[in-house]
Structures are given as C-alpha cells and as structure tokens.
Design a protein around this ligand. Structure first.
Ligand code: SF4
Length: 441
C-alpha cells in the first residue's frame, strides 16, 4: 500500500493593508501549488510565516508583537512584508526568527520556506484553482496593478520600503481579473500605492490578451475592467488631472461611481510640507464638476491631522474642505513621527492632546457630512452585494458606495432566498451616520 506523506503545514499571519493581503494571497498560492497545507493557527503548523506592516510606528509595534507571539506559540518563524525591509529592527527584538525577506520578494520567501521545510514532491497534483488562493470572501477580490510609488510624500515610508513604481503589464492584470470573475468574483477592488500612475514606468506599453491590445494606462485599464460585467472599484487614486477621464465611465455604469483619493490635507501650506499637490482650492470645484457628470459619485478620502506646524487656521481649512467638497467617507489619522519619514525632521511637532482633539473634531464633521449624503439615498431602489446573513436572516450588504472593511453597510430586512455573494435590488428606507437600512425591492 502506498501511503502519501502528510502535507507540511504552514501557519500564515497576515497584517497590514489590502496590498499586503494581496502579497499574502500570492505567497499562499505558490505554497499550495507546491503541496504545502495552509493553516490559520499556530498549533500543528510546521512553520509560521508572518507578513508584516511597517507603515506607521503603531503598525511596526503590532508586527513585532505578532512575530513575538508566533515565536512563543510555535517557534519556527519566517518574516516577510514591509517590516522585512528592516531586518536589523526585527533581529534586535526577535533573534530567533529563522529568515527575513522584504515586501514582494515572493521568490525569496519561497527559498526561505524550502530551506526550513523542503516541499513534499507531488508533481501530479494541482492544488491551485486558476484564480489563485484568496484571503477575501469568494465574491470580492483585490486586484493589485502595481507596486511601489514614485511620489515622495514627506510623511510616508512606502517608497523606502517598497521602492519606485513597478507596474504589471495590462495583459497580466486583465488575465487575473478574468480568472477571478470566472471563479465567481462579483467585485474587483483595484489597489496599488498610486493607482492613477499605473503604467508610467513601462511607458504605458500595450500588451495583448486574447487578441485585444490594452495600454498599461489608468483609463485604458478601467475601460477593459469595465467590460467584465462586475463591480470595479478604484482605490488609492492620486489626484492627477487625468483622473477626470474615468468619470464618464462611472456615469455610464462601466465602473463603480466611487473614488478613493487620499487628499491627506486641505491647507496649501501643509500640503506643500507634505510634498503633495497644493492646488486644493481647485479640488472642491473639481469634485463638484465630477458630480455634475456623475451625480452618484462617492468620494472616500483619508486625512492626517496634527502634521508638524499645523495651525488652527490650517486645520479649519481641512474642516471647510470636507464640508464644501462633501467627502462621503473619511478616514482620519493622527500624524505619527514615523522612523525614516522625511517629515520626522520637521520642527513644530504638534502635542498629542491637540492631535486628539483635532481628530475628534474632524470625525464629527465627517459624520455630519456622511449622514447628510446618506439621507439623499432614502427612497431609492439600488443594487447591493450581500456580504453576510445573520442568524435571524438580517442581510448585511454593501452598496456601490461602500468598499468592504472601510465603509458602511446596508442592513436589509430578512427575505427569502438571499445568499452571500448575491447581487440584489433593495429599497433604502432609512440612514444614519454610516449605514443605510432597507428592504427587498
Ligand atoms: S502617494 Fe501614497 S504611497 Fe506614494 S509616497 Fe505618497 S502616501 Fe506614500
């Protein structure tokens, strides 16, 4: 009798943003293809792989804690991801770590795994679906179109951690998107560090998929993905002028009327210190013009409060901007003096209690704007995507204006036949600061 050797098990701990999640998915896909079993627990794992985040000091601390926990609970630990770009920091705290690789170094991760845990040889077994292994629910998936960033925002260490922009060829992105859609994905979330810069490094080179040429360009990719008959949501869009071009695609229902543009601030003086575009007065008018073309457009943005030297006047500009531009969804972060960030050298650091109070004040304004914008949806019949069904049958779904994890939900009264991953029509009956409420339409 031929007894196959038991698969070797690798525990995965994935920290950080959706881009890190995509990295974890790629690594898991490779590991599964080589016959490794993946587990979400330390127990019984032959090795634990920790995919770290190093963006803010708080994320670095969380990553170091996670590494410590994995060493305590299991003992055999390999570290990858953003914090992996700084092996000295990791080794100083956790000298027992077996290997460290940086972000997107998939081959190096695999080499490190092979060294600690050689793969089981099973050449005839294909363990991987065409769509790869995903960590998100079956009905939505993150689609990473590039790595790194050519901007040099002074508070950010992403270019230090992940390097300059490296775009994937358009045909590779489109092929992945098609595989995902074929596997049942209903929503593609386009992510990168700088989505609107897509293709600049490869001179927007065209490549062919199934005989159709597509340029590696923000607009062209949006057109191609817009043909796939699924929700397409654009994240991390830097406010370059050519962003205007995708608004008609949103009006025509090709891609979702949703733009995630991290404006970061609204005071030209602070934006300059952040090394970000400072023509913010034009941005509110620009958003208005976009909404004239596409009235349903939802804008998500993130802002940093308490940046060095931020005055009460600068902060007021930020409050005014969120109100005037009617930013639908707002993420607020208190400035952190991150190691390696150029802004660390700036004078006039803001005291923590001032940061906290500005954070609270901006959250309050953001809530007010969000509530006002959501009120306008009451009475409408809209398409929603079901994420979850509670025990009593209540349906937790998202609208075209809600990205998973970061935005709100629509909570729908139970009705017969609804399943997770379904797209349904719902009537909006009520709204609060973040969520909508409804019933089947
Ligand atoms: S655009 Fe984003 S990733 Fe690039 S440097 Fe600025 S904050 Fe960092």
């Amino acid at each position: 009798m031929n007894i196959a050797p038991a698969s070797k098990k690798i525990g995965i701990v994935s920290l950080g943003c959706p881009k890190a999640l995509v990295d974890s998915e790629r690594i898991i896909t490779k590991l599964r293809a080589e016959g490794y079993e993946i587990t979400g627990t330390y127990e019984g794992a032959d090795l634990v792989l920790v995919n770290t985040c190093g963006f803010l000091d708080s994320a670095r601390a969380e990553s170091l804690d996670a590494i410590g926990e994995a060493i305590r609970e299991n003992g055999k630990v390999i570290v990858t991801g953003c914090l992996g770009a700084e092996p000295d920091v990791i080794m100083a705290e956790h000298p027992k770590v077996l290997a460290i690789t940086g972000p997107q170094q998939y081959e190096n991760v695999m080499a490190a795994v092979h060294e600690v845990l050689p793969p089981k040889h099973e050449p005839f077994q294909d363990l991987v679906p065409a769509s790869g292994i995903r960590l998100t629910p079956r009905h939505y998936a993150y689609l990473k179109i590039s790595e790194g960033c050519d901007n040099r925002c002074s508070f950010c260490i992403i270019p230090f951690l992940r390097g300059d922009l490296v775009s994937r060829p358009a045909n590779s992105v489109i092929a992945e998107a098609e595989n995902l859609v074929r596997a049942g994905v209903k929503e593609l979330l386009v992510v990168s560090q700088d989505t609107s810069a897509y293709g600049r490094d490869i001179k927007y080179e065209a490549s062919s998929f199934k005989g159709i040429e597509t340029r590696a360009k923000f607009y062209d990719l949006a057109v191609a993905l817009g043909e796939m008959d699924v929700w397409v949501r654009l994240h991390y869009v830097y406010p370059y002028p050519h962003v205007d071009e995708v608004i008609p695609l949103m009006r025509d229902g090709k891609i979702l009327p949703y733009l995630d543009i991290p404006f970061q601030h609204a005071s030209p003086r602070i934006l300059k210190k952040m090394v970000r575009p400072a023509n913010i007065e034009k941005q509110a008018a620009r958003i208005k013009a976009w909404r004239e073309i596409c009235p349903d457009l939802c804008i998500r943005s993130s802002f940093i409060v308490g940046f060095p030297s931020e005055t009460e006047e600068d902060f007021q500009m930020l409050l005014d901007f969120v109100r005037e531009a009617e930013i639908d969804r707002v993420g607020v972060f208190k400035y952190e003096n991150v190691i390696h960030a150029p802004s660390r050298e700036l004078d006039e650091q803001i005291p923590e209690d001032v940061k906290q109070s500005r954070w609270e004040r901006l959250m309050e304004v953001a809530q007010e704007v969000s509530a006002k914008r959501l009120q306008t949806k009451i009475g409408r019949e809209i398409e929603v995507l079901v994420d979850e069904i509670e025990e009593d049958g209540t349906i937790i779904a998202r609208t075209i204006w809600d990205a998973p994890e970061v935005d709100g939900n629509i909570i729908i009264e139970p009705f017969e036949g609804a399943k997770v991953g379904d797209k349904l029509m719902a009537k909006v009956t009520d709204a609060d600061e973040y969520d909508l409420y409804g019933c089947g339409a």
